[in-house]
Design a binder for this molecule. Structure first.
Ligand code: MN
Length: 495
């Protein structure tokens, strides 16, 4: 376990400081066409009970057959978490009754998971990171869903999700605040998406977090924890941690004790509520599933998967900083989404050129991201093409347009001329920067003549120069080269 020497992010209670300790169990749905032990479709949605095989419905005599692709996805994820891969793991039965669990048990992994200890580096800010230890990752089946809102007198069961493969990723209690908890899930989701092993869609439930929260006096042993079940958005995870920590502090400061239990977070009321007292592992009567042999593979299999892994966010970030000389902040924002990082690289190298990467990053993280945001899509999903962004950067670099006009051109590409070539847009709309000294001088003279008194003041107060530059830029429709305007004004005002 990671031992911190200095407590951070203390919460002030009525009787002194408290430290909040957070650990997380994430259920991540495996990207695969079929379920963990049957050939039924693992696709989200569909009519109730459309994607159910006899195995998923637990008909007598049906036998599970492990899906090799789900195993490969778990190994890839383990490699992405820099974790120990166990060449031998065991599927167990976790026994409990629930109407949406026809088998009467969940096939999971208990004592021998497929993946052991690993680590995730989490960026809290662009320049500040911390490490979260991974305890284990195991494969298990998802359950079905009970439907209570279809009839006033009856409940129904939808088994579409029954048997879909999940990776349960258990962290160590290494987070110390709501912000750290949010940052961890964000980073984990990014890694899973890079790997292509989970789509990370929290709204559809493909990524769900059980958040373990406890509090203690700084330096004291770990307190009793409560588990907040199935929190389904990153914002709610932060709210759940804060809410639960404050509840526990209030109980303890009142002289009470924390009961280990499972709770639910209610975002509407901003409170957590007791759901059930915490069951222990032995309550589930785990035992190895007699229908499944232990899962065994060799190092050559792991190596083959390792060699085919994509570049992961930490490596990409380091490369962007080293190769493109990007500041860590820009690199971090770009690699948070794999497709955005690809889009950036396509812009920098478009047409075999090599552009000012910082300028490209500013466009991608700035105006392009804002425009994508307004459209409600990701950067790579806008109609803007790398060729267009590269074109804008080139037009500024060769002095054809100013940065301000470039923003106008982008607005035109976003609205009127979706397939437009920036150079052609500048040409046809007459947006070229005026570098013609005569034309600029004419504009400068006109402004000075119209503001004789102000010009007199400016000679004594050079700080007023900016106002004159602004007026000339306005006069020329923003097309004058600002450096030329500046130089000419200084000359004429004698400052
Ligand atoms: Mn689980």
């Amino acid at each position: 376990m990671t031992i911190r020497t200095k407590p951070r992010n203390l919460i002030q209670g009525a009787t002194g400081d408290w430290e909040v300790i957070v650990g997380m169990e994430i259920h991540a749905q495996v990207v695969s066409r079929s379920k963990l032990f049957s050939g039924a479709s693992a696709t989200y949605g569909g009519e109730p009970n459309d994607h159910v095989s006899l195995v998923d419905a637990a008909m007598p005599g049906m036998l599970p057959v492990v899906n090799a692709e789900c195993v490969a996805q778990a190994v890839r994820t383990g490699l992405g978490l820099k974790a120990e891969i166990n060449h031998r793991s065991v599927f167990d039965r976790k026994n409990y009754f629930y109407p949406d669990l026809p088998q009467g048990y969940q096939i999971s992994q208990y004592k021998s998971p497929i993946v052991g200890e690993g680590t995730v580096t989490v960026e809290l800010t662009p320049t500040e990171s911390f490490t979260v230890g991974i305890e284990r990752l195991h494969l298990e089946q998802d359950a079905g869903k009970s439907l209570h809102d279809q009839s006033p007198t009856e409940s129904f069961v939808d088994l579409n999700r029954s048997g879909v493969a999940l990776m349960e990723i258990v962290s160590k209690p290494d987070m110390r605040s709501a912000d750290e908890a949010k940052a961890y899930v964000t980073k984990l989701r990014t890694i899973l998406r890079y790997l292509g092993t989970c789509d990370g869609n929290m709204e559809q439930g493909s990524l769900r977090a059980d958040v373990n929260v406890s509090v203690r006096r700084p330096g004291a042993p770990l307190g009793t924890r409560c588990e907040i079940k199935n929190v389904n958005s990153i914002r709610f995870i932060g709210q759940a941690v804060d809410t639960e920590a404050r509840r526990q502090i209030a109980v303890l400061e009142d002289g009470g004790a924390i009961a280990q239990e499972t709770r639910l977070f209610d975002p509407a009321r901003a409170e957590t509520r007791a759901m059930r007292s915490k069951e222990e592992a032995h309550d589930y009567r785990y035992f190895p599933d007699p229908d499944l042999l232990p899962l065994e593979f060799d190092q050559a299999y792991v190596d083959t998967l390792a060699n085919a892994l994509p570049e992961l966010p930490d490596a990409k970030r380091a490369r962007f900083i080293a190769d493109y000389h990007l500041p860590p902040y820009d690199a971090g924002v770009l690699v948070a989404d794999r497709e955005t990082a690809d889009f950036f690289e396509a812009c920098v190298g478009y047409g075999g050129a090599s552009r000012d990467a910082k300028a490209v990053a500013n466009w991608v993280n700035g105006d392009v991201a804002a425009s994508a945001n307004a459209e409600g899509v990701a950067v790579h999903a806008t109609h803007l093409q790398p060729a267009q962004i590269a074109g804008l950067v080139d037009l500024i670099a060769d002095g054809t347009i100013s940065g301000k006009i470039a923003k106008d051109v982008l607005a035109i590409l976003v609205s009127d001329e979706k397939d437009g070539d920036p150079r052609a847009v500048v040409e046809t709309r007459g947006l070229k920067q005026v570098t013609d000294a005569g034309a600029i001088e004419q504009a400068v003279d006109a402004i000075l003549a119209a503001n004789v008194a102000k010009a007199e003041q400016a000679r004594a107060k050079p700080g007023m120069l900016g106002w004159f530059v602004g007026q000339v830029m306005k006069e020329t429709g923003g097309k004058a080269n600002p450096q030329s305007v500046n130089a000419l004004l200084r000359e004429k005002l004698g400052i």
